[in-house]
Structures are given as structure tokens and as C-alpha cells.
Design a protein around this ligand. Structure first.
Ligand SMILES: Cc1cc2nc3c(=O)[nH]c(=O)nc-3n(C[C@H](O)[C@H](O)[C@H](O)COP(=O)(O)OP(=O)(O)OC[C@H]3O[C@@H](n4cnc5c(N)ncnc54)[C@H](O)[C@@H]3O)c2cc1C
Length: 485
């Protein structure tokens, strides 16, 4: 349906039960839309979005919740609004006595659940590698000052902030890597409002809320897999797209080729280390009570981040310096496509050796290595796993939420660009406004609207194409023999 035609009984089909689909479905149902269906080619719910079986950006063990957005104050504001919702979800989740519709590990009597929390306010330490904070960091602090939240940020080089951190019980997270002692310098800012969410539980919770609000789900490799979206071609239904699923015909991953000018599929490199519970010293040290989320050199947009250990002792570390591409033929176009189990036979869990060395450390490497520099006491365990996690990046790292030009009734809601998860409880509120045609009058409608791509300029790496250096096939991939640190 076109924006003007959207009415409470409109049949709305959402393709994909990840963060963007779930949040949109939830807010449509809350807004009174009665005929909303989410389809997905993976049965995401069967395993409770277990990252071992569900291959998507959203199905993960944890994701960062942060408010630091440099000069991008609209994202900072939306993240703050999302934080209030996360708090509310935490309370609702902890209080729910309803077991129906929840996967086993979210039920009130769920075994091995650990804390009944979706989001954990463990703080986030934004560490710089050098002797000064970056420009992006300074803009972040300025914008936080503007919004009245600067007092929750603690600079490690400011005696007033250090004192405030101590008084508010955050002192122990100011320099958990002992950088001042080891390197004589530690330039960082601890954000005491940030932390992480347990991603798979949060997706299950959002699906549960959406279902309760009346959303229907078809999560099935055949009936839920959309292979084509085309116009109906008849005058009566001219604005009703036809959606073809895999149980009715051929197969193509290219649903909307027109977005390939604006969005690119890229892969992030993620590794884990397992801390054994018998090592009580490290088990305690890396718990969320004692260890913050850390980002390192992220102000340059290309650093490394890590989480405290989870309930199983898993410490996740991600590498953002380079996001990889994987080019393939799609309907006559060469575009980057994910190498995930449900898209290709050639699922890839290995990561390029360059990323691995950047994360774990290698003396001859020019990139400063994360584990050996910052978490050397974990080195003895070696790596536990590696994974490629597929992003949809936009040309400017802003989301893309709008009707697709020339395709009545079809909207795109994507382009998470590595930072969409934190908005799960609130993203759909803004998406619905855009779908209802109010996008022009909202900051997010303007930010996320369909935009022309200047083909003569850099487009977040998309312009590199297949000749660029990020193509996975050009890299030697790490194998388990390389996991020793
Ligand atoms: C390595 C990595 C780290 C990240 N870290 C963070 C973080 O710390 N904090 C943060 O806020 N954000 C983070 N993000 C970003 C966040 O995870 C994404 O923005 C968000 O999960 C994207 O959700 P999505 O719904 O667009 O995509 P996905 O979660 O990938 O979901 C898409 C769904 O669509 C389904 N689908 C695809 N094609 C079809 C089809 N043809 N038919 C039917 N179903 C289909 C898939 O099966 C899948 O379930 C990270 C992302 C990555 C990759």
C-alpha cells in the first residue's frame, strides 16, 4: 500500500524477523494496525534466536548500548529514549509470570537463566590509544553537556570526573586494563549510562510482545522465504505488490536491486574467548559487575570492542577496522551478499587473518593488537570461536527507511550499519511515522529517507566494488591453528 492508503486493516507484510522487522511490527500493532505479518526464512523463534542456529545480525549473544554519537545528536537522543524503554522492558521481563509464547530460557521458571535482565548497565569505557581524546570524543562530550547528561561521563584525565566516578561506585571501571600503570597513559571516558543487551533474549522478548499485540509470524524456510516482490499489474490492485515465497517458485536473493546504490552487505569479524569458571580470579574480574564494555580506537570509526564475560564465560571481541565484502552474481548485478547458511551453501565462519591478528596480537603487525595490549591475562586460553557477522551498511551509516521510488506499496527498512540493535524497543515508533507519510516532519524521516547517492564521492566503501581491498576472496582466512594467542 502507498503511504496515503495505509489504514488499520491494510495487509502489511514485513520481511525479516530481525531488529528492524520486529520493532516495526510491534509499533504497527500498537498503532492499531490489525493485519501485520512478519515472515522469515529462518525459524528464528524455534531456538530463541540462538546465534548458533540463527544466522542474522540480530541473533547474537550481546550488543552494545551506547549514547556516544560524536556530532550526531539525533542518534544520541534516540538512544537515550531507547534506554528508557530498555529499562521498562527489563522491569516487565523480570515481572512476567506468563510462560506462553516465551522460549524456554525466557520463561519465569527457565533453567540456567542467570539474571532476569535483557539489558545490563555495566558501563562502557571509550579508550583512546594515544595521548589525547579524539575530535569525535570531544564532540560527544559537548553534545552530552548540551543534553544534560555530561555528569554521567567520567574522563580518566579529569580529577573532578575521577572523584565523581569514585563517589558513584564506578571507580573500579575507569582503568580495568591497567593502562596507566603499564603504559604510563590512559586516555578514556567511562559512560556510566551505557552497557549491553543480551541480544537473543531481547529479540525473543520483542517477538513475544509483538505476538501479544496481534502480529502474525511465519518463520519457515519455504513459506517464510520471499524470493520476489513485483507489482500486481492489474488496475484494481495496482498499488499492491505481489510477494512470492520459496514454496511457490524460483530463488533469488535480490529483492530490491535499486537499494544496491545505497546499501552494501559487509561482514564484521568477531571472536570469542572462554573464561573457565574454575579460574575464579578471572571469572570475577571479567564479570559485568567488574568489567565494562570497552571500545578501543572506535572514535576513528574502525577500532575494536569487547564485552564482559557472559553467563557461560564467553568474552566476545569484535573488529571494526575493516568490514569485508563478498561479491556474487545477483540477477545480472555484481553485489556483495552474505555468506550465511540460509543464503549460500558456502557459509563462512572463518575470519581473515588480518582481523584475527588485529584482535589477538602479533608482534610484527602494524595495527596495535587488542588482546595482548589490553586483556593479556586472557591470552592463555586462546580463542574459542570465530565468526563473520553480516551488516547492512548504508552509504553514510544512517538507516534507510522509506518507500522505494517507483514501487508503490514497497518500503525498505534497513541499513543498520552496525549500530541498529540498541534501538530495538523504539525504532518502529519512528518507522511507523515514516510509513504513515509523516517522515518529512520528523528528524528521523529526514535522516533515514531515500537519498541520492553521489557516485563521484566516497560512499562508505561501497564505491570500491569488487576491485577494492575488502573482498573476502582476496584474504587468507584464519583456521583453528591460528587461534592460539
Ligand atoms: C558484528 C556486528 C556487531 C554489531 N554490534 C552492534 C552493537 O554492539 N550495538 C548495536 O546497537 N548494533 C550492533 N550491530 C547492528 C545490529 O545488529 C543491526 O543493525 C541489526 O541487528 C539489524 O537488524 P535487521 O533486522 O536489519 O537484520 P537481521 O538481524 O540480519 O535480520 C534480517 C532477517 O531477515 C531475514 N531475511 C533476509 N532475507 C529474507 C528473505 N528473502 N525472505 C525472508 N526472510 C529474509 C533473515 O533470515 C533475518 O532473520 C552489529 C551488527 C554486526 C553485524
Amino acid at each position: 500500500m502507498a503511504s496515503s492508503k495505509l489504514h488499520p486493516d491494510s495487509a502489511i507484510l514485513i520481511i525479516g524477523a530481525g531488529v528492524f522487522g520486529l520493532s516495526t511490527a510491534l509499533w504497527l500493532a500498537r498503532g492499531g494496525y490489525k493485519n501485520v505479518t512478519v515472515v522469515d526464512m529462518q525459524d528464528t523463534a524455534a531456538s530463541g534466536y540462538n546465534p548458533d542456529t540463527v544466522d542474522s545480525a540480530s541473533a547474537d549473544i550481546n550488543k552494545i548500548i551506547r549514547f556516544s554519537y560524536g556530532a550526531e545528536i539525533d542518534y544520541q537522543r534516540l538512544a537515550m529514549q531507547a534506554a528508557a524503554e530498555w529499562e521498562d522492558w527489563n522491569n516487565q521481563f523480570a515481572a512476567t509470570t506468563d510462560a506462553s509464547g516465551l522460549p524456554a530460557d525466557l520463561r519465569p521458571d527457565g533453567a540456567g537463566l542467570g539474571e532476569r535482565k535483557l539489558w545490563r548497565n555495566c558501563g562502557m569505557l571509550r579508550m583512546s590509544d594515544g595521548y589525547q581524546l579524539s575530535e569525535v570524543e570531544l564532540r560527544t562530550l559537548e553534545n552530552m553537556e548540551k543534553e544534560g547528561i555530561r555528569e554521567f561521563q567520567f574522563r580518566t584525565d579529569d580529577p573532578i570526573d575521577i572523584d565523581r566516578a569514585e563517589k558513584r561506585q564506578w571507580g573500579h571501571k575507569m582503568d580495568p586494563c591497567h593502562r596507566q600503570e603499564r603504559f604510563g597513559v590512559h586516555k578514556a571516558v567511562l559512560d556510566s549510562t551505557a552497557g549491553f543487551v543480551v541480544a537473543y533474549k531481547s529479540c525473543s522478548w520483542a517477538k513475544y510482545l509483538a505476538e501479544k499485540a496481534g502480529v502474525k509470524f511465519i518463520l519457515d524456510p519455504l513459506r517464510g522465504k520471499v524470493i520476489d516482490i513485483s507489482r500486481s499489474g492489474d488496475a484494481v490492485h495496482e498499488e499492491t505488490p505481489l510477494v512470492k515465497t520459496a514454496d511457490g517458485g524460483g530463488w533469488t536473493p535480490s529483492l530490491l536491486p535499486e537499494v544496491s546504490q545505497l546499501l552494501e552487505t559487509t561482514a564484521g569479524s568477531v571472536v570469542t574467548i572462554r573464561v573457565p569458571q574454575e579460574r575464579q580470579d578471572l571469572w570475577e574480574r571479567y564479570s559485568a559487575s567488574n568489567f565494562p564494555v570497552i571500545t578501543w580506537r572506535m572514535d576513528e570509526g574502525n577500532g575494536i570492542y569487547s564485552f564482559p564475560r557472559d553467563e557461560e564465560g564467553i568474552v566476545k571481541i569484535g573488529y571494526r577496522k575493516t568490514k569485508w565484502t563478498n561479491y556474487d552474481d545477483v540477477n545480472g548485478l555484481r553485489i556483495s551478499v552474505p555468506k550465511t547458511a540460509h543464503v549460500t551453501e558456502k557459509k563462512e565462519t572463518r575470519i581473515p587473518i588480518t582481523a584475527l591478528e588485529g584482535i589477538k596480537g602479533k608482534l610484527t603487525h602494524s595495527w596495535p593488537e587488542y588482546i595482548m595490549t589490553n586483556l593479556p591475562d586472557l591470552a592463555e586460553f586462546g580463542l574459542h570461536s570465530t565468526k563473520l557477522c553480516w551488516y547492512t551498511d548504508s552509504i553514510d551509516n544512517s538507516f534507510l527507511v522509506d518507500y522505494v521510488p517507483g514501487r508503490p506499496g514497497v518500503a525498505v527498512c534497513s541499513g543498520g550499519s552496525g549500530h541498529g540493535f540498541k534501538f530495538l524497543p523504539i525504532l518502529g515508533r519512528e518507522v511507523v511515522k515514516i510509513l504513515e507519510g509523516q517522515g518529512e516532519s520528523t528528524p528521523y524521516g529526514k535522516l533515514w529517507g531515500w537519498r541520492g547517492a553521489d557516485m563521484t564521492k566516497g560512499r562508505n566503501g561501497l564505491e570500491e566494488g569488487e576491485d577494492g581491498p575488502r573482498v573476502l576472496a582476496k584474504h587468507r582466512m584464519a583456521s583453528p591453528q591460528d587461534w592460539k594467542i
